[in-house]
Ligand binder design. Structure first.
Ligand SMILES: Nc1ncnc2c1ncn2[C@@H]1O[C@H](COP(=O)(O)OP(=O)(O)OP(=O)(O)O)[C@@H](O)[C@H]1O
Length: 618
């Protein structure tokens, strides 16, 4: 089950929540005003007991009905004012906080687009989805409710106690005693709840990943009759999540009971003590009524602290999870030193920039790999690099086929050209310019790629293909037609809405060969100077393959291309062939030359049965 690295130690909740400040800043005035309004409304509720005191000691004791009606009217007005103020508070914060949530989600999405492929290899998509949905909702809810009410309730409790002390300091002291055990219990609760909240949110991410995989892989699930095992995996994860939610509920129930029971006991003790004081004539009956009313009015602010803290804790965890992604380093445009990480900078200005640099500038054209090595960032220590000191040159206008056994690193090599991964050592140049020093946008405008696994988006056929064209391409319709013709993708004309037909999620409504042809059309639509094709014809029948090859031959004439090939028919598109073996370029030549001189190549091209990996003659 894919999981995501969790930091060894969680930062404090307050520090986590403070990271929200840049987003809260623009709405701080509204939040502050809303808090002031809520505090006013909450304090109004504390005035009610004082009106009651006035009524008991005044009009009620004097049997004055007019005074009682007046008191009742004041109480009604206070109630209405409190309700209206709380309504205004909600109106003030709802809209800006929805905007804040949208802004955070927008930043997360933009950042995800700019994170390197290596990041996406490591992180499960469900973890990212849950961070962009559930976690951000928790953050918005925190800003909308607990943040304000922790301040409001804290202030209400403070003001309430000031009034209580003003009424009778001894009774007030009795009510203050529970603060000590409650503080200890709350701090214990907070630390335990933080761990459970983090676990639950990570488990939601894992569950999302599983659901996503099951839905996307529904054909495999059904084809192999894996419903039960998938359902079992789902059930196990659901049960884990349920267990964690129960732990949270138990913790919350515990703190809720303590926060409710302990102050109730104190109020009971104050009631007994107060009654004795009234009997002794130390305080008036009105004072005792007011005192107990205030104490009861403070019950909700005190009791609510438990779940306000729980919600804050969840928001702190959600904030941590959000920033864990945002803190990941984006793809760098130009690595430190202006080149690939291990390339030594010349110390002597008289020395050439690169000792391997050809003297004749004409020789610098095309696509060159110079001493390129690559190792996946997460590969184990001691494992040899996937690519080891690759030197290769594809001349301008030339097509080079890359052949090698399964797992030899062909896809990896092609991924280095558009900088989906950064070389570990060495450099790659396009017409003499190091790609590491090129702005990515320019690089990706120069280089077009079609991968072995064609990925399409939930958009129309036309939109999917034109993704490969530069923004503002003149006559996009004509370019689209040309690209579809090259890729032999005439089938789109017979789709219900032609090029405007939606292809569904990941293009799964199309056949594998149809998707591959659209991916190929996308690669050629922008008339790229450099074309990288990773076995682009693997899913086509021999007749369509022959047609695509014929059209592709025309395209390849105008571009410099690197084509991964598994079959002789694809190899024949190329001017020369390079054999990748053991992470190195073992041989370069024409197909015929290599067939004659290289046993491994001849074996790979012969289509002899074998598993491929490591099963070829050396
Ligand atoms: N993201 C990754 N992280 C770690 N290792 C990887 C990753 N992708 C590929 N590899 C490893 O790199 C090696 C080369 O893989 P690559 O996909 O480049 O081979 P290939 O020659 O294209 O294979 P095929 O012909 O089957 O497509 C393999 O051993 C593979 O397990």
């Amino acid at each position: 089950m894919p999981t995501t690295p969790v930091p060894a130690k969680a930062p404090s909740s307050a520090r986590s929540l403070l990271r929200l400040w840049p987003y809260v800043r623009p709405v701080r005035a509204r939040l502050l005003l809303a808090a002031v309004i809520a505090i006013t409304a909450s304090c109004l509720s504390l005035v009610i007991p004082l009106v009651l005191k006035w009524m008991v000691d005044g009009p009620v004791a004097d049997r004055d009905p007019g005074g009682v009606w007046l008191g009742a009217l004041v109480l009604l007005l206070l109630g209405i004012a409190e309700a209206v103020l709380f309504g205004i508070r909600r109106w003030l914060v709802s809209r800006p906080l929805a905007r804040l949530e949208a802004a955070m989600r927008g930043d997360l999405y933009a950042h995800l687009q700019r994170l390197p492929v290596a990041f996406h290899d490591r992180w499960a998509s469900g973890q990212l989805l849950s961070r962009g949905t559930t976690d951000l909702m928790l953050v918005r809810m925190f800003l909308q409710f607990p943040l304000t009410f922790l301040v409001v309730n804290g202030t209400t409790i403070l003001v309430g106690f000031i009034i209580l002390f003003a009424q009778d300091w001894l009774l007030a002291l009795v009510l203050l005693i529970p603060v000590v055990p409650l503080t200890v219990l709350i701090s214990y609760f907070e630390s335990r709840y933080a761990l459970a909240a983090r676990r639950a949110q990570d488990q939601i991410g894992d569950l999302t990943t599983l659901v996503e995989e099951s839905v996307l892989g529904i054909r495999v699930v059904k084809g192999f009759g894996r419903h039960r095992s998938q359902a079992r995996a789902f059930k196990e994860l659901s049960q884990e999540l349920r267990g964690t939610e129960l732990v949270k509920a138990r913790l919350l129930a515990g703190i809720w009971s303590a926060i409710t029971v302990i102050p109730e006991i104190a109020i009971g003790a104050a009631l007994v003590l107060g009654t004795v004081q009234v009997a002794d004539g130390d305080i008036s009956a009105g004072t005792l009524v007011a005192f107990l009313s205030i104490a009861l009015a403070l019950r909700w602010p005190v009791e609510s602290i438990g779940f306000l803290l729980a919600m804050s804790q969840e928001a702190a965890t959600a904030t941590d999870r959000y920033f864990e992604v945002l803190d990941e380093e984006r793809e760098r445009d130009t690595p430190v030193g202006g080149g690939s990480p291990e390339r030594a900078e010349p110390t002597n200005p008289a020395e050439p920039t690169n000792p391997a640099e050809p003297a004749d500038p004409a020789d610098r054209g095309g696509l060159r790999f110079e001493g390129v090595s690559f190792r996946y960032p997460d590969s184990a220590e001691g494992v040899p690099p996937v690519l080891d000191r690759i030197d290769l040159r594809i001349r301008p206008g030339e097509t080079l086929a890359l052949v090698g056994s399964t797992g030899s690193g062909k896809t990896t090599l092609t991924a280095l050209v558009p900088r989906l991964h950064e070389v570990t050592a060495g450099r790659i140049t396009l017409d003499g310019e190091d790609i590491a020093t090129m702005p990515r946008e320019r690089l990706r405008a120069l280089v077009s790629v079609a991968f072995e696994e064609p990925t399409l988006f939930s958009a129309s056929v036309g939109e999917n293909v034109l993704m490969g064209a530069a923004d503002g391409t003149a006559a996009p319709a004509a370019e689209l037609d040309r690209a579809l013709a090259v890729a032999q993708a005439g089938f789109v004309r017979s789709l219900p809405d032609g090029v405007d037909t939606g292809v569904g999620e990941q293009g799964l409504s199309l056949s594998g060969g149809q998707r591959q042809r659209l991916a190929l059309a996308r690669a050629v639509v922008g008339r790229p100077r450099f074309l990288v094709l990773d076995d682009p014809l693997s899913a086509l029948d021999v007749h369509t393959e022959a047609l695509v090859e014929a059209a592709l031959r025309e395209v390849l004439r105008e571009t410099t291309a690197l084509v991964v090939a598994h079959r002789p028919s694809t190899v024949l598109l190329a001017d020369r062939v390079a054999l990748l073996s053991g992470g190195r370029i073992a041989a370069v030549g024409t197909h015929q030359e290599l067939m004659r001189t290289n046993a491994e190549y001849a074996w790979l091209m012969s289509g002899s049965t074998g598993t491929g990996e490591g099963n070829h003659p050396r």
